[in-house]
Design a protein around this ligand. Structure first.
Ligand code: PGA
Length: 253
C-alpha cells in the first residue's frame, strides 16, 4: 500500500532553500519506490511561494485550514474555492490546535468538511483523544468525533468516498512532544487506525487512508512502520528540519 506523508509547517517557515534541497533529493525516490504521495501544508501566505519552489517536483499542496463558505463577509477566512484556484488539493481540517486553542466545534468542522469536498479539496480530518486514557475510551471519543464531523456529508448530496477523504489519528497528548512522557505506543496508534478504518468501512462503505500523527520523527518512525494498517504520517515539528524530512522520505515504505 502506498503511503501518504503530510508535512504540516503550522505557523512556521523552515529555511526554504534547505527544505527544497531535502525534498529535491528524497521525494523522487519516495514516489518511485513506494508509489506514495507527499503533501506540504505551508501557512496560507506562503502557499504560492512554495508552489513556485516545488515546481515539477510532484509534491501536492495542502492548506492547514479551510472556511465553511465559498465567499462572503467572513473576515480572515480563506475558502476551499480560493484554495482550489491556486492549485491546492488538500486541507487539514479539525486539527487539535484549531479545536482546542481556537474553540472549533464538531459542528463547525462538519461544515468545513462539506465545503472542502464540495470544492474538490480533499480534507485531512484530524481526530484524537485529548488525554491519555484506555483504548476503549479513546476509541469512543474518536468515534463520536467522526460521527459528528462527517454528519453533513451523510446528510447532503456530497458523497463520502475513499478518494475524497483522509483521516489522521492524532492523540492530542502526543503532539509536538518529543518528550518521553508524550510518547505514543505504536500498538495504540495501530489499534486506533484499525478501528477508524473498520468504522469508515462498515458505516460509510469507504476504504479511507488513515494516517498517524503526533511527534513523528527520525527516532520513532521505524516503530510505526511495522504496522501496515497505518496509511501514512502527519508530521509537524520534524517537517521543519531538512535532515528529518530527508530521513523520513528515505525510510517510509
Ligand atoms: P508534531 O505535530 O509532529 O509536531 O507532533 C503533528 C501535528 O500537529 O500535526
Amino acid at each position: 500500500m502506498s503511503k501518504l506523508v503530510v508535512f504540516n509547517w503550522k505557523m512556521n517557515l523552515p529555511i526554504l532553500s534547505s527544505w527544497k534541497e531535502a525534498i529535491k533529493s528524497s521525494t523522487p525516490l519516495f514516489l518511485k519506490r513506494r508509489g506514495g504521495e507527499v503533501i506540504v501544508c505551508p501557512p496560507f501566505t506562503h502557499i504560492s511561494k512554495v508552489k513556485e519552489l516545488l515546481k515539477g517536483k510532484e509534491i501536492r499542496l495542502g492548506a492547514q485550514d479551510v472556511s465553511i463558505k465559498d465567499e462572503g463577509a467572513l473576515t480572515g477566512e480563506v475558502s476551499a474555492k480560493m484554495l482550489k484556484d491556486i492549485g491546492v488539493s488538500y486541507s487539514i481540517v479539525g486539527h487539535s490546535e484549531r479545536r482546542h486553542i481556537f474553540g472549533e466545534t464538531d459542528e463547525l468542522i462538519s461544515k468545513k468538511i462539506k465545503s472542502a469536498i464540495k470544492n474538490k479539496i480533499k480534507p485531512i480530518l484530524c481526530v484524537g483523544e485529548k488525554v491519555k486514557t484506555s483504548k476503549e475510551r479513546a476509541w469512543n471519543f474518536v468515534k463520536n468525533q467522526l460521527v459528528k464531523d462527517l454528519s453533513l456529508i451523510q446528510a447532503t448530496s456530497y458523497k463520502l468516498q475513499a478518494t475524497n477523504l483522509v483521516v489522521a489519528y492524532e492523540p492530542v497528548w502526543s503532539i509536538s512532544g518529543g518528550e518521553p512522557a508524550k510518547k505514543v505506543n505504536p500498538t495504540h496508534a495501530n489499534y486506533m487506525v484499525g478501528k477508524i478504518k473498520f468504522f469508515l468501512n462498515t458505516s460509510y462503505k469507504i476504504r479511507a487512508t488513515v494516517l498517524y500523527g503526533g511527534s513523528v520523527n527520525s527516532k520513532n518512525i521505524k516503530s510505526f512502520l511495522k504496522y501496515k494498517n497505518i496509511g501514512g504520517f502527519l508530521v509537524g515539528s520534524a517537517s521543519l528540519n531538512r535532515k528529518e524530512v530527508d530521513y523520513l522520505l528515505k525510510v517510509i515504505k
